[in-house]
Design a protein around this ligand. Structure first.
Ligand code: ASP
Ligand code: MG
Length: 406
């Protein structure tokens, strides 16, 4: 007998029929002799709809009320799922985040879990019942209802798995695992049988949205084994686990692209201490999150600095740097919204030379110009034109021979 936490995302429970299908699946797991704790998301696009409603009645979006509103989505889903479980003879109880003992800080709309006191969940399990917990929510140390942020149900599931000492945390979603590239771009992308936490986190940072990065970090920090799989085909998916020494490390596991960033270049920047610090402090003060940064060698005492930011922050970033330009004595500033990043990720590249050369040659053969480069021990990222990002992903996927069935 194993104890598993099963997380079901919004598409998995999008309508009544889906809810009954999920209930059936949970029922089968229970009948196989396992203990199950469920974390469920709001149905379909419900969270978006609630956010839209809020924006129609308010321009200020008070955090406390936003959280009260948004968490209603998960509350609805958990009650319906429990009813469907009762219907097939599975005893179950729904719990809000608060009832489940998920204690958070007071940072509304993106609260962080501080502690879990899962007594009621344990009691329900001991009584042979299936606890169904509303995802992405908790209760703050001020006793207000809090929302953990978009995608927070993954975090709820992982945190419950850790608190209960579960054998695994299964993330059921609308994709059947983690792939060597986005299957919409590369049809013969391969489902990975397993990836390490490190690789997954690099993939998240490079633009792979699922599973939510925060939950992967939590799982890594607490040693929770994650299994990402489909709530539509129910087939085995991708395990995200600690890297084992015996594991054969793929040179490159995946190609990921991100089209959500923009690039700025400041030219003729005096090459002396404190200039970059001044500029990036001003951006940090506006909560602008800078990603890649590149500085040229200086010629005649000046240099150029390029960096990327989320495209939605491009206008604000431009304004901040432009206002500083006279003071720091830079001669020019250009903003470029039409970039993409393309990254290759693989634990094996740590020790293998030649990966960089292959990546650059592949892009060159496609006639794709590299505008910026950044690296980590297990990731290589290039900034390129946005309109060729899919071409780059497909070419790199071919060059590193990632296609084929797993
Ligand atoms: N329903 C929430 C959202 O869409 C939480 C979640 O799905 O994880 O962000
Ligand atoms: Mg969701």
């Amino acid at each position: 007998m194993a104890l598993v936490v099963q997380k079901f995302g919004g598409t998995s429970v999008a309508d009544a029929e889906r809810i009954r299908t999920v209930a059936d699946y949970i029922g089968r797991t229970v009948r196989h002799g396992h203990q199950v704790v469920v974390a469920v998301s709001a149905m379909g696009k419900e969270t978006d709809e609630l956010l839209h409603l809020a924006s129609q009645v308010s321009s200020t979006h008070p955090g406390r009320e936003m959280d009260m509103l948004i968490t209603a989505g998960e509350r609805k889903a958990m009650a319906l799922l429990c009813m469907a479980l009762h219907d097939i003879g599975i005893a179950s109880d729904s719990f809000t985040g608060s009832q489940a003992g998920i204690i958070t800080d007071i940072d509304h709309t993106r609260a962080k879990i501080l502690e879990i006191r899962p007594e009621r969940i344990r009691k329900a399990l001991d009584a042979g019942r299936v606890p169904v917990v509303g995802g992405s929510q908790g209760v703050s140390v001020d006793r207000d209802v809090t929302f953990l942020g978009r995608g927070g149900t993954d975090t709820t599931a992982v945190a419950l798995a850790q608190a209960l000492g579960a054998d695994a945390c299964e993330i059921y979603t609308d994709v059947s695992g983690v792939f060597s590239a986005d299957p919409r771009v590369v049809p013969d992308a391969r489902r990975l049988k397993r990836v390490s936490f490190e690789e997954m986190l690099e993939m998240n940072a490079a633009g792979c949205p699922k599973p939510a990065m925060r939950s992967v970090e939590f799982a890594r920090n607490h040693g929770v084994r994650l299994h990402v799989r489909s709530a539509f085909t129910w087939e085995p998916g991708t395990w995200i686990t600690e890297e084992e020494p015996s594991m054969e490390q793929a040179l490159v596991s995946a190609v990921v692209s991100d089209t959500s960033e923009a690039k700025l270049t400041v030219t003729g920047v005096p090459d002396k201490p404190g200039i970059a610090a001044r500029m990036f402090r001003a951006l940090a003060d506006r909560s602008i999150n800078v990603d890649m940064i590149e500085q040229n060698v200086s010629v005649a005492g000046t240099t150029d600095i390029s960096f990327t930011v989320p495209r939605e922050d491009l206008t604000a970033t431009h304004a901040v740097v432009e206002s500083l330009r006279p003071e720091i004595g830079a001669t020019g500033l250009t903003a470029d919204p039409d970039i993409a990043t393309v990254s290759i990720i693989g634990a094996g590249m740590k020790t293998q030379p030649g990966v960089t050369a292959t990546m650059f040659e592949t892009l060159a053969a496609e006639g794709i110009n590299i505008e910026m480069i950044s690296t980590s021990a297990i990731r290589l990222t290039c900034v390129i034109r946005r309109d060729v990002s899919e071409q780059a992903v497909a070419a790199l996927h071919r060059a590193f021979q990632l296609e084929g069935a797993s």
